[in-house]
Design a protein around this ligand. Structure first.
Ligand SMILES: CC(C)(COP(=O)(O)OP(=O)(O)OC[C@H]1O[C@@H](n2cnc3c(N)ncnc32)[C@H](O)[C@@H]1OP(=O)(O)O)[C@@H](O)C(=O)NCCC(=O)NCCS
Length: 200
């Protein structure tokens, strides 16, 4: 499963990504620490890289979750996950993401989220996509703002981050909000307002 929009690509994590993945994670420990989900149980299962890749691939084959490497001009720069897929009368999923500090500020994650949302609606038949963000994460709040996600309110002690239960704001879109798809909406808005420029 490979998705592309301009210079940004989404593809599954592969066993041969281990070195590049380890380097990217190592270089971004401080950049990501504040925002990374943690396990509340002290003895939680921690998979090796190979186990992680296999589990992600199994989950996507079964339609339970999808984990993508985010690429920019062919270089691995981050990760996007579609998780918490609920079928039945809800047909919803949550999207999570991170990108390497060296690639931030180029509008890569908005493009990746737009592709992942279109994948949820048009490829796997979901109705709703949701993104949960800590109120103090200004950069991530800009991502959902650029994409026109609706603010659905405050969830107290919603996710375990950096060792504590942290409040989040929930943002969502349903297919009726974007019948033309989010990639198309983002492309139009960039055409009108100009592309994202890197800061600094
Ligand atoms: C949040 C994040 C995913 C945004 O991805 P991105 O591809 O940089 O998104 P954008 O290029 O659209 O930038 C979004 C905002 O980040 C901020 N930003 C841009 N460059 C930045 C930099 N070098 N350092 C810090 N923040 C920066 C700006 O406020 C920008 O908004 P603007 O375009 O209106 O100026 C990325 O900053 C990240 O991975 N952060 C750490 C992990 C994280 O927060 N994950 C999300 C948890 S909900």
């Amino acid at each position: 499963m490979h998705l592309t929009s301009g210079a940004v690509g989404l593809r599954p994590l592969r066993l041969r990504d281990r070195k590049a993945w380890d380097r990217l994670r190592r270089e971004n420990i401080e950049w990501l620490r504040r925002w990374e989900a943690t396990a509340p149980e002290p003895n939680a299962y921690r998979p090796t890289f190979a186990q992680y890749v296999r589990e992600q691939n199994q989950a996507s084959r079964r339609g339970l979750a999808y984990s993508f490497v985010v690429e920019h001009e062919g270089e691995m720069v981050g990760q996007l996950t579609i998780s918490g897929i609920t079928r039945g009368s809800l047909q919803s999923a949550s999207i999570g993401y991170w990108i390497s500090e060296h690639a931030a500020g180029r509008g890569i994650v908005p493009s990746a989220v737009a592709m992942a949302s279109d994948f949820c609606w048009f490829e796997i038949g979901l109705h709703r996509v949701e993104i949960n963000i800590r109120p103090e994460n200004a950069a991530s709040l800009r991502v959902v703002e650029k994409l026109g996600f609706r603010d659905e309110g405050f969830r107290e002690r919603f996710l375990h981050i950096q060792g504590a239960w942290c409040d989040h704001r929930s943002f969502a879109l349903t297919l009726e909000d974007v019948p033309e798809g989010l990639v198309s909406r983002l492309t139009d808005s960039r055409r009108r307002n100009g592309p994202t420029r890197r800061r600094g």
